[in-house]
Ligand binder design. Structure first.
Ligand SMILES: Cc1cc2nc3c(=O)[nH]c(=O)nc-3n(C[C@H](O)[C@H](O)[C@H](O)COP(=O)(O)O)c2cc1C
Length: 204
């Protein structure tokens, strides 16, 4: 009987002294991956610097070719930068685009996030930055912090109007801005987007 009880406990996960079943580490990792959603509405408060440090450490622990870590990361939670950038960006939009993008929930061009991370790398090393970003997005989600990967806003930094803000990010010579990630405490709970299992094939 005792052995059977132990076997059932092992199959169902571990029980703590309150009788609650605890999830295994792999359960938690899988749950984090499967529940992450892109968040586009955030509370106003920026993510604490302490939490951002943990997220950034997870980021730079991503694999990179020959461990060269060819990335540069800039963290911005200064409303002056975010709002200044957004005002300059708005001026580059035509009337139609402005009405479409700036709706009643609009706070800023970074999907309304109070904290934004910008990532740059030399040409040809983009894959490393993808791993870096995914580590940051998943670690953030596991801490209750929402994220949204942002390719769109980066176009702005390549315009004349955006050059002033790109300069403020102080990326090194030879490094090109690749994408940004929005971070913040979520203020929405979007549904999962569909995934296409048809893209996957087992080869016999
Ligand atoms: C390279 C890349 C660029 C993206 N750029 C934007 C963007 O500019 N604006 C935006 O709202 N979402 C952007 N996204 C988020 C995707 O729209 C989102 O990941 C996708 O719809 C799946 O939804 P999920 O992240 O909630 O699973 C981007 C995602 C990736 C990977």
């Amino acid at each position: 009987m005792l052995l059977m009880g132990l076997a059932i406990l092992t199959l169902c996960g571990c029980s703590n002294e309150n009788g609650k079943v605890e999830k295994s580490t792999s359960d938690v990792v899988i749950e984090t991956i499967m529940t992450r959603r892109s968040i586009r509405q955030y509370k106003d408060e920026p993510v604490s610097r302490e939490q951002m440090e943990t997220i950034l450490k997870c980021g730079i622990n991503a694999p990179s070719g020959s461990n060269r870590q060819e990335w540069e990361i800039r963290v911005v939670d200064n409303p002056e930068f975010i709002n200044g950038c957004t005002e300059a960006w708005k001026k580059t939009l035509d009337a139609d685009r402005l009405t479409k993008m700036v709706d009643e929930n609009f706070k800023n061009m970074f999907r309304n996030a109070p904290t934004v991370v910008f990532i740059a790398c030399p040409k040809g090393t983009e894959l490393n930055c993808g791993f870096l970003g995914q580590n940051m997005m998943l670690s953030a989600w596991s801490m209750g912090i929402g994220t949204c990967c942002l390719g769109g806003p980066v176009q702005f930094f390549r315009t004349e109007a955006g050059a002033e803000y790109l300069k403020k990010l102080e990326f090194s010579e030879g490094y090109e801005i690749l994408y940004a990630i929005a971070f913040g405490y979520p203020d929405e709970t979007p549904d999962a987007k569909p995934r296409d299992w048809g893209k996957v094939k087992f080869l016999d």
